[in-house]
Design a protein around this ligand. Structure first.
Ligand code: MN
Length: 216
């Protein structure tokens, strides 16, 4: 058998390897099964609530299929939960005496099959009603977001690159350091027409009484 060569091969920062994807898919599968058990839903009931097929949801629960971010949002909407509640915790929550330093670079992962990396910088806190995500849109990425639950408000701030944001039916260009607040319960979209990744912060506010399903 060939000797294994020991080389320093740095982890690709932007493209998590196969093992990382696999681990994420399995953690997402566990999280989904937990959420469904908490609600006492059958697979069919959950599929109906999320507006996805039972077969597709079953595949995700068995870590057999990697969903798109759009699909993750639909599932989060169906369960009436923020995206970061759906994303598996990448590090176990310890009983630390000091607040944990959050590292966007360390938490950045590709939870789905499309060209968006998500770093759940500050997970949803029900008392505060928001989550803060760092999103990386790879070149050419475009997504029309389906409306989130009623009353959801997004605060988008571009850190790197030039973002195009669909808001109130108009595509707006945002440069570094520019931000926009938009109604997440209306149609909106994000795209990166450039050749470099676009990095943005998205602070998503959820109203205290959330609908169980996304607003129409
Ligand atoms: Mn959105």
């Amino acid at each position: 058998m060939d000797a294994i060569t020991h080389k320093d091969s740095p982890e690709p920062a932007r493209e998590p390897g196969h093992d990382a994807s696999r681990e994420l898919a399995q953690a997402l599968a566990r999280r989904l099964r937990e959420l469904r058990a908490t609600r006492g839903w059958s697979l069919q009931q959950a599929a109906d609530a999320c507006g996805v097929s039972k077969a597709m949801l079953g595949q995700i629960e068995r870590a057999e299929s990697s969903p798109t971010v759009a699909l993750l949002w639909r599932i989060a909407g169906g369960f009436g939960c923020p995206l970061s509640e759906l994303l598996p915790a990448l590090a176990p929550a310890g009983a630390a005496a000091l607040p944990e330093v959050r590292s966007a670079a360390r938490m950045r992962a590709r939870p789905a099959s499309d060209a968006m990396l998500v770093s759940p910088l500050f997970r949803f806190d029900p008392g505060l009603g928001f989550e803060l995500l760092e999103l990386t849109l790879l070149p050419g990425y475009q997504r029309l977001s389906e409306p989130h639950a009623r009353g959801v408000v997004e605060h988008v701030l571009v850190l790197h690159g030039r973002l195009e944001l669909l808001c109130e039916g108009v595509w707006r260009e945002l440069g570094e350091g520019e931000g926009l607040r938009l109604a997440g319960d209306r149609e909106h979209g994000y795209r990166n027409p450039g050749e470099q990744p676009v990095v943005l912060l998205d602070l998503i506010h959820y109203p205290r009484t959330r609908d169980a399903s996304p607003a129409g």
